[in-house]
Design a binder for this molecule. Structure first.
Ligand code: TMP
Length: 218
């Protein structure tokens, strides 16, 4: 059985990941690929419970940065073994909304935890399972804040502990992503997410297409 492809999407709040993941999934499916959409934290029954604790639980106000790091990676350890490894072994294309670069950016740079310790927790959670390609959608902080505001005004209010962090936190996260993209340019592709949706979609396809194995309908 051929090995699948593992693509992760990264970026700050409101960078347009969800829209672009959907568009890429449709494109790959139309070409005959089996596509699996996942998100982190979450993506398994255990992971979704952890997601609720991290983001929405009414008891999560006092969560420490260390607990946050470990919960993100508990969810990750589960999805890697329950879903990602079997799906890749079966030749599926995995599109995952966030993966370990989010931990480096948010818990490492954002919460300012020791980057070496963060890395060792991630390594323990994922083992050898690493993304083949990471698409980092960058939007300026003002665009991110504006998109977040407009999303919050159109959807029913659901409290999100992580979104409550201050502006400095999100600036550190954005800086962290920039460092990650600079360190691993082969895997992490920097995309200007402030461009029109169809331009971003086309850019993503130009990056993804050469890595996609051919199936019958090309
Ligand atoms: P989202 O699914 O709406 O992007 O929400 C996930 C939130 O969790 C987002 O604020 C980023 C944050 N996050 C981390 O802080 N660390 C992580 O490792 C992951 C996967 C997400």
């Amino acid at each position: 059985m051929s090995k699948g492809l593992f693509i992760t999407f990264e970026g700050t709040e409101g960078c347009g990941k969800s829209t672009q993941i959907k568009l890429l999934a449709e494109h790959l499916q139309a070409l005959g690929h089996r596509v699996r959409l996942l998100r982190e934290p979450g993506g398994t029954p255990i992971g979704e419970e952890i997601r609720h604790t991290l983001k929405h639980s009414e008891h999560n106000h006092a969560m420490t940065a260390e607990a946050e790091l470990l919960l993100m990676n508990a969810s990750r350890a589960q999805i890697v073994r329950e879903v990602i490894r079997p799906a890749l072994a079966a030749g599926e294309m995995i599109l995952c909304d966030r993966f370990y670069d989010s931990t480096t950016a948010y818990q490492g740079y954002g919460r300012e935890l020791d980057l070496e310790k963060v890395k060792s927790v991630i390594d323990f959670a994922v083992g050898e399972t690493k993304p083949d390609l990471t698409l980092f959608l960058h939007v300026p902080a003002e665009v991110s804040a504006e998109r977040l505001r407009s999303r919050q005004s159109t959807l029913p209010f659901v409290r999100d502990r992580i979104e409550e962090a201050d502006r400095k936190f999100f600036e550190r996260v954005a800086h962290g992503y920039g460092v990650i993209a600079a360190i691993e340019p082969q895997r992490v592709k920097f995309i200007n997410g402030a461009q029109p949706m169809d331009v971003v979609c086309k850019t993503i396809w130009e990056i993804v297409q050469p890595r996609v194995p051919k199936v019958g309908r090309w």
